[in-house]
Structures are given as C-alpha cells and as structure tokens.
Ligand binder design. Structure first.
Ligand code: BG6
Length: 484
C-alpha cells in the first residue's frame, strides 16, 4: 500500500492577512493537522504577515487560539512544536512599511520552498505581488496563492490575472477553489477514469440529464456585506458549481497532470451555450422561524441579490449535445446537501407493461455530508402473485467502506500541501477563471437589464416554486434536498 502521508520539503509559507478569518479558521488549523499527520516537516516555517502591531509571542497566542478547538487529547506537545515554527512580521501591504522585517525572516536561513498565501481582499493582490517582486522576495521558484473572489466579472478577472502575471509565471500562481480540495470531488475523477464501467455510458446516448445541487441550510451568517455584492451566481455558480460541472462532463485527460486536466475543463466551459433568462431562476429567502430573512441578514432592505440560483445549461459538443445540465444552489434550504445526480435514460423498450412509471437508473455522487455513491437500480419485489418492480439503492458510504476511524482532511489541508509540492492539478488556471466569467457575465447582465427581481422562498424549504417549474417544464423533477 502507498504510504498515506509523504512529507513535503521544508518550506517558508508567508500568510498575508494572517490574523483574518480564513487564516485562523482554515489555514492555520489545517497546517497543524498536517504537522500532526507527519506531512509538514518541523523545519518548515509559517510567517504571519498582517498590519497589527504585535510581537511574535502575541501572534503565537493567536495561532494557539485558532488551533486549540481542533486539538485532540495529547496534542499539547505537537502544539508546542507547531508554535515554534510560527513567526510574525508587521507588514503594510499598501506601503513599504514592515517589508524589511519580513525580508529578514525569509532571507536569513531560507527554506527550499517559498510560498506566499494572499489571504486578503483582491484589491491588495496587485500591491502585494508587486512588492514581493520589487523587493526580490519572490524568486523564480516561489509560489503565490490567491482565492475567490477572483474578479466580479470578466474585465475585473482579466485585470487581476494581468496584475499577477506581471510578477509571477502561470506555473507559480495557485488559484484556490476549495471544492477541488474536497475528497469526493477528487473521487469524481477517479470514479470516472479509474473504472471502466461508467465511461461507455457517460454521454448523450445514455444520460437523460444531470443535476448538480449545492444546498446550504445556513444563511449569509454575518457575511452580508460581502455576499450582497456577489450573490449566489458569483459566490457559488461561477466557481464551485462550474468546477463540479467540468469534472463531471470533461473528456478523459491524457494524464493526471495539471495542464492536461485543466485543458479538458476549459474545453467544457468554452462549449457551454449561452443561457437565456427563461432558463434561470433567482430567489431570496424570506423570513422564518430561524431567520429574519435575507434582507435583514444582508442589512440591505432594498437588496435584489439572489441567495438562490437555479439554471439549465447545455454543453454543445459531441458527448453532451441535448443533455440538460441543471444546476442549483442556495442558502437557507432544507438541508446541507451537495450532490451530483446523473440520471440515465429509461430502458429503450419496456417489457414489463404492467409497470408504468419505471424510472431510469441514477448515479448519485454525494459530496457532503456522508460522502459516497448511490446507484439507483430497478429490481423485482420479492414474493409471488405477479411481477412487481421496486427501486432500490446500491449504496456506498465512503466512511463505512474505508477506515471509519480515518479522519477526512479538510480541503485546505490538501490544497496547501499541493502548493508546497508544486502540484497545480487542483487549482484553477487563469484562462479557466476568465472563461467561466465569460459565460456568467451575460446571465448577470440580462438579469440586471431586464430587472429580473428575485422570487421569495421559505427558509428551510426546497427552494422557490420557479425552480420546480424549471424542471417540470421539461417533464423532470429535482431530487429532494434531503438530509442523511
Ligand atoms: C464559499 C462561499 O466559497 O463556499 C460560501 O463563499 C459558502 O458562501 C461556502 O457557504 C460553502 O462551502 P462548503 O465547503 O461549506 O460547502
């Protein structure tokens, strides 16, 4: 068996925005877990960079506070080792202030791999990248990590890409979409290309349609100011759902290698047809038992931002022409469920005439919670007295078939280690991000110019009525957003 954890080379990871939400919630705890798993070498250094005037010890205290909720019994010694790897530099991204301190830490006793994680707003990407370059902190081998929002439309995404590429080559830029770090999302590729079973059926001849659902049961949770400017289309569809769609429908890459995979994803995005307003639904959650409603949560009583989007997309290529791809995502829905449902066509000829609503097979790939795969099959109901058919699930929960005691690493853990290893396979290339905006922009433009106001939906529901109508018009139905 292949060793589960392969240690990476000693590295210097500089986190800009080190005291912020993403850093303390995901990046620092993730690094701690990797150290615990034996993947992060003790010689590695994590250098926090932020505007706050504090000492190294004060920053270590913040790190300790961020990691503690993730600690198990007996982890105290590991925390000590982890804290010894932590450094701090007070740096102002907008001026030359503090950069000499950072340079001193990084350049005395540098590690073989150097990465800069820009856990800050995109308006600072250009400034920071420029300074890293000007001060010679970024070498030809350094890596830079950035994350959503990567623009709010095509033009701004192009501007961001241009700023980054002034200072870094594409092979040095790691654009995170944390969905690509989720175990089951990677499994999607293994399921498709590691098994001979599905691929012959994976096309318009055999598949009726595909449903991709990312439903959340929480609302905007204190992120109203950011969210209200983006909405579900920019926050989820342009990136996470688009990536899921690509991995589900792309051609087999020739190798599991960064550009081979990303070339195939890009082809899917470029083959997407424009989507007319009639094939879209936008909605906002209203008030309910657990929420005062989107307008209150977003602190904008006049907001027309959508917290739910559903749409029908089509991919114009030989494999998929004529197969609708239904996407939906929303906040405050009945449950937290992310899944990809591949619905196969009915049998070509029904030999059981007494059964009139026999459904086609369906392959459900559950991303969260309870990652796993279900294949809906038709069987004969046991017993005499005529032939009755029943639909049964062939169900596999990954947690059950793999080692149930094995902890599933958070998406960020995997992605940060990939940065250090220099593997870009699970990161978005600049052209992919731009192509996704090119497809999304006209939809947003039409909503705005035609003043498509959001429908209301009940918190805790399956979404707005329009979403069901989008399906029923085509004689289809969404799978229920059900908990497990
Ligand atoms: C983020 C969005 O990218 O993904 C959030 O900005 C959303 O609005 C989150 O809640 C969902 O991620 P996950 O991993 O909880 O499904």
């Amino acid at each position: 068996m292949v060793a589960r954890t392969i240690p990476v080379s000693p590295f210097d990871l500089v986190i800009f925005g080190a005291t912020g939400d993403l850093s303390t919630r995901k990046i620092l705890p993730g690094l701690f877990q990797r150290m615990k798993a034996g993947q992060m070498p003790q010689a590695a250094r994590i250098i926090g960079a932020a505007r706050g005037d504090m000492t190294r010890a004060e920053f270590q205290k913040i790190v300790s506070g961020a990691v503690e909720p993730h600690m198990a019994k007996g982890d105290e010694k590991m925390l000590k080792t982890f804290l010894a790897a932590i450094h701090y530099a007070r740096v102002d991204a907008m001026s030359d202030d503090g950069w000499d301190v950072l340079a001193k830490i990084v350049e005395t006793d540098a590690r073989p791999v150097r990465a800069f994680y820009l856990s800050v707003g995109p308006s600072l990407f250009g400034e920071i990248a420029g300074r890293l370059n000007k001060l010679g902190l970024a070498t030809k081998e350094s890596r830079i990590v950035v994350e959503k929002p990567l623009g709010h439309d095509l033009a701004s995404a192009q501007a961001l890409n241009a700023q980054l590429s002034e200072c870094f080559d594409e092979r040095q830029i790691y654009r995170i979409d944390h969905y690509l770090g989720k175990e089951t999302v990677q499994n999607l590729m293994v399921l498709r290309f590691g098994n001979a079973l599905f691929e012959p059926l994976w096309n318009a001849r055999h598949i009726d349609h595909i449903q991709i659902t990312v439903a959340e049961s929480i609302g905007v949770e204190g992120r109203g100011a950011y969210y209200d400017k983006s909405g579900a289309m920019r926050d989820m569809v342009q990136n996470h759902l688009m990536q899921l769609l690509c991995l589900t429908t792309m051609e087999p890459p020739s190798r599991y290698e960064p550009n081979a995979v990303r070339d195939e994803k890009l082809k899917v995005i470029r083959a997407l047809d424009p989507v007319g307003v009639r094939d879209t639904v936008r909605a906002q959650y209203s008030s309910g038992d657990n929420t005062a409603g989107y307008l209150v949560d977003a602190e904008n009583p006049d907001s027309t931002t959508a917290s739910f989007v559903a749409l029908k997309a089509e991919i114009s290529n030989w494999r998929w022409a004529g197969v609708p791809m239904y996407l939906r995502t929303g906040k405050m829905l009945a449950n937290r469920v992310s899944e990809i449902a591949v619905i196969f066509k009915d049998v070509p000829h029904a030999i059981f005439p007494q059964v009139n609503d026999q459904k086609g097979n369906a392959l459900i790939i559950r991303l969260q919670p309870d990652e796993g795969i279900t294949l809906r099959m038709t069987i004969k109901e046991p017993g005499p007295g005529g032939l009755r058919l029943a639909e049964v699930p062939l169900d596999m929960s990954f947690a059950e078939v793999l080692d149930p005691a094995e902890r599933v690493p958070d998406a960020y853990e995997r992605l940060i280690m990939d940065v250090i290893r220099g593997d870009q396979t699970l990161f978005m290339r600049g052209d992919e991000v731009e192509a996704a905006w090119e497809w999304v922009d006209p939809i947003l433009y039409n909503w705005q110019s035609l003043r498509v106001t959001p429908e209301a939906y009940e918190p805790g529901s399956q979404g707005p009525r329009g979403s069901d109508e989008l399906m029923s018009r085509d004689g289809r139905r969404w799978r229920p957003i059900e908990g497990v």
